[in-house]
Design a protein. Structure first.
Length: 104
């Protein structure tokens, strides 16, 4: 009986340890909470683009990793690219914006 109890205790401890490690973030991997936060930021940036008459939201891709937003795609005017950067910087939760937008 004691052997079975030790096995159950060891298995429970292993599961708890793996769960804690599995949810932790690293420099190149997000935790579950950070992933959700980044998805919300991405959605807010895209919605802000859609609401702006000068930015064509369908031509700009938005990716977010730990609050850092990367914009890519193509625009017709250099001012449109800068406007997209300004809009993204104004979204709550954005810590930085990397502009990889190209002018056609």
């Amino acid at each position: 009986m004691k052997i079975a109890q030790r096995i159950v205790t060891a298995a429970f401890t292993a599961v708890v340890a793996l769960t804690a490690v599995g949810c932790a973030s690293t420099s190149n991997r997000e935790s579950a909470g950070e992933y959700v936060d980044d998805a919300v930021i991405t959605t807010k940036v895209k919605a802000a683009f859609a609401a702006d008459p000068t930015v064509k939201a369908t031509e700009i891709n938005v990716e977010t990793f730990k609050g850092d937003v990367q914009l890519s795609g193509f625009v017709a005017q250099p001012g449109d690219a800068q406007r997209a950067v300004d809009i993204a910087r104004g979204v709550k939760g954005v810590t930085s914006v990397k502009n990889d937008i190209r002018v056609k």
